[in-house]
Design a protein around this ligand. Structure first.
Ligand code: 5AD
Ligand code: SF4
Length: 376
């Protein structure tokens, strides 16, 4: 009987795709997916660090594995991902849970095969060097008709609330030839949707003199076959007209765009280090709507960033109404250790954040209702 694996993934699509890479390595090693966690010979938690809640869940769920390990000492338990890319968190987890066998961060993903075949009893691998992308890792796709294709890693923006630049390193674009080869293979295998992934896709290529993101999109669209293309995530400061034109002109590209605004207050945007104003953001939205009829626009909003007053929040609500989003992901600001915002004064209370997040959900429903009734 073949050995079995069970992977639990937290967080974003990038993590989902990295779990596909872990699964690829396991498959090559003779493992098959387990139907449930109890049947698995190896259990992996691929973690997220974006908000405190995601990390708390990991601590709780990893703790619950103690019983399974007691029943079967040969079970391998591994914890990896963004949370364990933070040195203190990796150490804490490793010390708190002696039944966890392998702990490693995102920078060490490419070493997973080596870790799997390790001879030492326990292993904590921490590395601050992000140079290796894991280009040669096999993957086992698990998202139905959709194939995730990573085009770049990391982020250079340092939005003051965000942990990503610390746990994913600086922007590193993959070679366009490698990306196009991967897309061709996925299309030939019958995948109907290609989602190009990166923390900041619009700055693709800028770190290494590669072609621009709009040129990459054009090349992807030239690939023969019956498939659609989409991408995430875009930063408003880097979304240029040439990208909007390519989306408008190419039938293969889905008419949807996720453009996180985070706040509708210029004061807060500046404190967030987002490098655009509300006026600039709205002018991009205007251009998108003019050039791409019936486009679906979605966004991310953070409520309760330090110093956000009732007035700032009202401005966010005004912006939401102006854009008339088709979907909103609203988050309560969560303090992340080591970020600039961690040290900012005037942190907003939980109750206030909760109130504001609920107000946004209500607004989103009203917009949806309005759209269903035929208003735009
Ligand atoms: N607190 C709350 N939300 C955050 N995000 C990123 N960092 C934080 C944080 N510290 C949100 C942003 C981003 C999305 C992926 O997660 O809205 O766009
Ligand atoms: Fe975080 Fe900002 Fe980079 Fe997005 S662009 S990953 S919010 S630092």
């Amino acid at each position: 009987m073949s050995k079995k694996y069970f992977i639990t993934t937290y967080g974003c699509q990038l993590n989902v795709h990295e779990s596909e890479k872990l699964a690829g390595v396991l498959k090559e090693d003779g493992y098959e997916p387990a139907q449930n966690i109890k049947d698995a010979d190896i259990i992996i938690f691929n973690t997220c660090a974006i908000r405190e809640g995601a990390e708390d869940r990991v601590f709780g769920n990893v703790g619950a594995l103690k019983k399974l390990k007691k029943e079967n000492r040969d079970k391998i338990i591994a914890v990896c991902g963004c949370m364990t890319q933070q040195k203190e968190k990796a150490n804490k987890l490793y010390e708190m849970f002696p039944f966890v066998d392998i702990v490693f961060g995102t920078s060490n993903l490419y070493k997973f095969k080596e870790f799997l075949n390790k001879s030492t009893k326990r292993l904590l691998a921490y590395d601050e060097n992000f140079n290796l992308i894991g280009e040669d890792m096999p993957f086992y796709r698990t998202s139905g008709e959709n194939a995730w294709v990573n085009i770049m890693q990391g982020c250079n923006n340092f939005c003051t609330y965000c942990i990503v630049p610390y746990v994913r390193g600086r922007e590193r674009s993959r070679k366009s030839d490698d990306i196009l080869k991967e897309v061709k293979e996925a299309v030939n295998q019958g995948y109907k949707k290609i989602t190009l992934l990166g923390q900041n896709v619009n700055s693709y290529g800028q770190d290494c003199g590669e072609i621009s993101f709009s040129e990459l999109l054009k090349k992807v669209c030239k690939i023969q076959g019956d498939f659609k293309v989409t991408f995430m995530t875009s930063h408003p400061k880097d979304l240029t007209s040439d990208v909007i034109d390519v989306i408008a002109e190419n039938e293969k590209i889905l008419k949807e765009i996720h453009l996180p605004v985070q706040s509708g207050s210029n004061k807060i945007l500046e404190k967030m280090n987002r490098k655009y104003t509300v006026e600039k953001y709205l002018s991009i939205i205007d251009e998108i709507k003019k050039k791409i009829p019936n486009v679906r626009i979605t966004t991310d909003i953070i409520v309760g960033f330090p110093g956000e007053t009732e007035e700032d929040f009202n401005q966010t609500c005004e912006l939401i109404k102006k854009v008339g989003y088709d979907g909103i992901f609203a988050f309560m600001y969560s303090v992340r250790e080591g970020t600039v915002a961690e040290k900012m004064p005037n942190q907003v209370s939980f109750d206030e954040k909760n109130k504001r997040v609920n107000a946004i959900l209500k607004l989103e429903k009203e917009i949806k209702k309005g759209k269903n009734n035929g208003n735009n």
